[in-house]
Design a protein. Structure first.
Length: 572
């Protein structure tokens, strides 16, 4: 389906052309003032200087050309040269009905094949997922679904942190603690071992050097350390998957830095052949600084002085792997802002070495932090970093407390519903913000049933479910039969603009646009519901049309929420 703005633009572009003006001036956009009109065309303002005419004159000429258009109800020319546009109710209702029956729910599909690799999640072996992993996981998952919703191919890669010095630290600590017999590895044991080993490495140079030596041996394929390392990865991944599953976050590939490491020899050869490797203090580096850099950008260390490789090296090698496996048009990295310098180095080496075509987009979507009410990074009560599972448990418990007294949900179903509602609250509370911004984690605010919250959206879906249960409408026979109120018109328009929201969310790489559109639909439905007595309406034609609109609204909200990886509940 074409967007409403595209259909209207075709009409106005033709009118501008007929008047002797450049047709590109006829582009129509969604109105900045929906209280005044639904759409607007500002081309007369841009054309005034070019054609040496008053914008009001151009706008009036164009408006006079448009007569008898089945789309348009009203055209109004206002100073200094805006063209305000409102569409016919019948056309708007028919368009929304088409969206409902459309396989893609009115979201325009990409005209050409496009593959986008998403690097998100980024958990580490031997470490529990903590609150810092929340944003990468849910932003990445939403982006993946937005890409798919717009007809493109998305490839999600968790990019597991399973290589480098952290692995050497754990292996060294295990060796010292269990010199004779290694016990069965568990997630709890690994989660306890790593922070202890990390602390020790900061004060014990001998231990740190041992860890570095083990790291180098592991990366060279030492069979003893490789066997233990594989066990560590298996145990960690099993635990990590459980938490991601709670968030309804999934990955097409569970590649790790170790998989990228296999491409390091090829990377070294390419860098050598292109005379990009430089020796520096025993290491091999690539210079990536540019004259116009506002801050220093140090060389990218490709091979450390002890012969091991670091994160920069494996991330660059991963680009070789992704180009070989997927031929992506874009690679998006959903990683926090602290890694900005890291990705500047990675991208510059990739460009200098021509590891990918010049047309391939490399983008770091650097997200902000999750903060507590004190404005500082969110922590546990004792000041430690909160584990992600603990965070999810806390919002689920809060949700359950609110549901305990509810008679709408069977006792046996309350815990499952509480989990869905609590996680919906967390996800929407995060995603409604632009990913680049920090935000305050406020359980009370997120769990509110009114306002811009996930709970409000779930409540709206549950309310529609209640209406449909009471009336027994057949969802297969959805037919809008007119527009009977202003609130109904507003709701139809909000739904009709959903395709634009999804397309904008893709181009801006911004799930918050989908969140905002879902919220606007929910608000419009609430107004429509309160101003019209749907269930008790005596006019059967009007009632049938309103119930059809309820079905359509629910379907469109579900599309938005599913794209955000938010599950709904039948009743609340």
């Amino acid at each position: 389906m074409k967007l409403l703005t595209e259909l209207l633009s075709a009409v106005f572009m033709n009118a501008f052309s007929k008047c002797g003006y450049d047709e590109s001036l006829g582009k129509v956009s969604i109105s900045d003032r929906l209280d005044l009109c639904q759409f607007q065309c500002n081309g007369a303002l841009a054309g005034a200087k070019r054609y040496k005419k008053a914008p009001l004159t151009i706008a009036q000429e164009v408006a006079n050309q448009i007569t008898g258009c089945i789309y348009i109800h009203k055209i109004e020319v206002v100073r200094p040269g805006f063209i305000n546009i409102s569409v016919q109710d019948e056309f708007l209702a028919d368009y929304v009905e088409q969206m409902y029956h459309d396989k893609f729910k009115g979201i325009p599909q990409a005209e050409a094949e496009e593959t986008i690799v998403l690097d998100y999640g980024n958990p580490n072996v031997a470490k529990p997922l903590h609150v810092g992993h929340l944003r990468s996981a849910i932003i990445g998952e939403a982006l993946k679904r937005i890409i798919t919703a717009t007809g493109r191919k998305a490839v999600g890669d968790v990019h597991l942190g399973d290589w480098g010095l952290p692995m050497g630290l754990v292996l060294a600590a295990l060796e010292e603690r269990y010199a004779d017999t290694l016990p069965t590895l568990t997630a709890d044991l690994l989660n306890e071992i790593y922070p202890a080993a990390s602390r020790k490495s900061k004060t014990n140079e001998v231990f740190l050097e041992k860890a570095r030596t083990i790291t180098a041996r592991l990366q060279k394929g030492d069979t003893h350390y490789t066997k233990i390392w594989r066990n560590m990865v298996e145990v960690s991944v099993k635990e990590i998957r459980k938490t991601f599953q709670r968030l309804d976050v999934s990955f097409d590939y569970w590649y790790g830095e170790s998989d990228s490491s296999k491409y390091v020899p090829q990377l070294l050869q390419l860098l050598t052949d292109r005379n990009l490797l430089v020796k520096s203090e025993g290491a091999q580096v690539v210079e990536v600084a540019k004259e116009n850099d506002k801050a220093p950008v140090p060389p990218a260390i490709i091979v450390k002085s002890n012969g091991s490789e670091g994160y920069v090296t494996t991330d660059i090698a991963a680009i070789i792997q992704r180009e070989k496996d997927f031929r992506p048009d874009k690679i998006w990295y959903v990683v926090d802002f602290r890694q900005n310098l890291h990705f500047t180095q990675v991208f510059r080496v990739a460009r200098k070495a021509a590891l990918i075509p010049e047309s391939t987009e490399l983008a770091h979507l650097c997200f902000g932090t999750v903060n507590g009410k004190d404005g500082k990074p969110f922590k546990t009560r004792d000041g430690g970093v909160m584990q992600l599972s603990e965070l999810l448990d806390s919002v689920t418990a809060c949700s359950y407390e609110k549901l305990k007294s509810s008679d709408n949900i069977a006792e046996a179903d309350k815990k499952a519903a509480a989990e869905k509602i609590g996680i919906a609250a967390v996800k929407f509370g995060d995603l409604i913000n632009h990913y680049s911004k920090d935000y305050v984690f406020d359980t009370d605010k997120f769990m509110a049933s009114e306002g811009k919250t996930g709970v409000y959206l779930l409540y709206t879906v549950a309310r529609i479910n209640s209406i449909l249960r009471k009336t027994g409408i057949n969802c297969g026979k959805v037919k809008l039969q007119g527009v009977y109120s202003e609130s109904e018109r507003e709701l139809l328009l909000k739904i009709a603009l959903s395709g634009s929201a999804f397309i904008n969310a893709f181009h801006e790489k911004a799930p918050n646009i989908v969140c905002e559109n879902a919220y606007q639909i929910a608000v419009a439905f609430s107004k429509f519901y309160h101003e019209n007595h749907i269930i008790s309406e005596k006019d059967e034609k009007k009632k049938a049309s309103w119930l059809a609109l309820c079905v359509i609204t629910k379907e469109m909200l579900l599309k938005h929420l599913d794209t955000l990886a938010i599950e709904t509940v039948d009743v609340m």
